[in-house]
Design a protein around this ligand. Structure first.
Ligand SMILES: *[C@@H]1O[C@H](CO)[C@@H](O)[C@H](O)[C@H]1NC(C)=O
Ligand SMILES: *[C@@H]1O[C@H](CO)[C@@H](O)[C@H](O)[C@H]1NC(C)=O
Ligand SMILES: *[C@@H]1O[C@H](CO)[C@@H](O)[C@H](O)[C@H]1NC(C)=O
Ligand SMILES: *[C@@H]1O[C@H](CO)[C@@H](O)[C@H](O)[C@H]1NC(C)=O
Length: 337
């Protein structure tokens, strides 16, 4: 068993460095091992070290991407001010499994009061992405994150529940890129009042342990300089699509939209419009979404050199009273007119 684990780590290191020469990343940090949390299941010990291999953002999917989840290294820091002295080119003290929060058994840390934290990994960019920009994406880091790429302060993000992206192309070195994240998560400590839900540094009764640090997938993906950075899409029970596309640079680019039956080539609608304002059009005879028949459609959006996929269902929801109680209603076609 020990042999297999060691072999897997070596194989992983070889895979990472296959196209580039490997810099010594870490000397001898404490090896990762899953800890036994207070509430475990049989699956806790079956996660392995390649967690969440799926594309993490179904709402805005790019065909090319590379997950950075897996074994990173971690050290606790002493204060918020530590962020001004990042551990460039040095070894952090222990391995951590990203993206599991530092309090979890799966992270391998199972810490408490993990308020100030350093994370570190290295990544290479596939050579086929050469002509594109490289976006570094974080699904979520609780609560503040400062991100350094090859010594450059690439971005800062505040908000433990929200995703963020940064174009890191200008900081890349063409080889093993050093990625360092400083995370600060006060939870309800000291004078901090931040959105925490029921997390507390002193768990009791119905309040529970915090979830600190990187807790959602980290990944890179190629995109043109002017790319689709966000979108809002809505399909109603009358078959009307209402879509707003946000672009990273241009406020006037045109977009082409195609809608197909899920997993098929059968086209049900095609439409064009511009980024930044709602684009509306109708899909004839759309199959409505319902709990018994949860029909979804594949949506492709092309904007200049960029293209992404997303999805929609068609349904209108309302709120009304039934037997004197407020309920959520699925509005039928005839009722929606
Ligand atoms: C880290 O090491 C690289 C390669 O030796 C070097 O180019 C870089 O300047 C170092 N960074 C810092 C912040 O010392
Ligand atoms: C990093 O850059 C952000 C701006 O993106 C800034 O707010 C933050 O103070 C910087 N942090 C450090 C440690 O330089
Ligand atoms: C489309 O959605 C936007 C919000 O994104 C809303 O302001 C607008 O009224 C909607 N248009 C239609 C026709 O429903
Ligand atoms: C979408 O972009 C990818 C590269 O990201 C490209 O290979 C593919 O041909 C594009 N598809 C369309 C329909 O433009």
């Amino acid at each position: 068993m020990h042999f297999i684990i060691t072999f897997a780590l070596v194989a992983q290191a070889l895979a990472i460095s296959s196209d580039q020469q490997q810099q010594p990343l870490v000397k001898n940090p404490r090896k990762y091992s899953v800890q036994t949390p207070p509430l475990d299941t049989d699956w806790t010990y079956q996660v392995g070290t390649n967690p969440w291999p799926q594309y993490p953002r179904p709402k805005l999917v790019r065909s090319q991407w590379k997950s950075l989840n897996g074994i990173w290294t971690y050290s606790s820091a002493s204060s918020r001010g530590a962020v001004s002295d990042p551990p460039f080119n040095t070894t952090l003290s222990q391995e951590v499994l990203v993206p599991f929060c530092l309090e979890s058994g799966l992270s391998g840390i199972q810490g408490s009061n993990t308020i100030y934290s350093w994370y570190k990994t290295a990544f290479t960019v596939p050579s086929s992405w050469k002509s594109e920009r490289v976006l570094l994406n974080f699904g979520a880091v609780d609560y503040e994150a400062t991100v350094f790429v090859n010594g450059h302060n690439a971005t800062f993000h505040r908000g433990g529940y929200s995703a963020f992206s940064v174009d890191v192309t200008d900081y890349l070195n063409g080889q093993q890129n050093e990625l360092i994240v400083f995370a600060f998560d006060p939870t309800d400590g000291d004078d901090f009042v931040i959105p925490v839900g029921k997390q507390t540094l002193n768990p009791s009764h119905i309040f529970y342990r915090p979830c600190s640090g990187i807790w959602q997938t980290v990944w890179i993906e190629p995109a043109p300089k002017n790319h689709i950075s966000d979108l809002n899409i809505n399909g109603d029970a009358g078959g009307q699509v209402n879509l707003t596309v946000i672009a990273s640079q241009s406020k006037s680019s045109s977009v082409d939209i195609t809608i197909r039956e899920k997993g098929s080539k059968t086209l049900v609608a095609k439409h064009s419009g511009f980024v930044g304002s709602p684009i509306t059009f109708t899909v004839q005879s759309a199959n409505l979404w319902s709990p018994d028949s949860p029909t979804l459609y594949d949506v492709s959006i092309k904007m200049g050199a960029d293209n992404i996929t997303t999805y929609t269902g068609f349904r209108t929801v309302s709120k009304d009273r039934a037997n004197g109680v407020q309920r959520v209603f699925l509005v039928s076609l005839s009722a929606s007119t």
